[in-house]
Design a protein around this ligand. Sequence first.
Ligand SMILES: [Zn+2]
Length: 119
Amino acid sequence: MARTTREGGDGARMKLHQQRTCIGCRTITSKNELLRWVLNEGTPLRAVSLDLQGSAFGRGTWTHGTQKCVRQAVQRKAFARAFRSAVDDSQVVQEFTAYEDQLAARQQSGKHDESGSEI
Ligand SMILES: [Zn+2]
């Protein structure tokens, strides 16, 4: 079900939308606008990874889907703060870039994505 809600300046309040903070720019916004990141407890370094379904088990944290916010979060060590522990955020920017590429590839649907870089 595609929900097409316009965030206009009409003052329409969306009480059903949960509010989350982007750990990059610290803006509080509807979680529909944000990407969820989770801690991969199974890895020795506790890597932060993107949760595309938004439903992975465990604690999650949020950023806007922009390079700026993702990079800012890494620079500020905001992931470690959000998860309250040492984390490996070295793959975060790469993972986000791959995600962006996938989105772009999907949008121009003539292209075939051959590099399915599963970790
Ligand atoms: Zn942001």
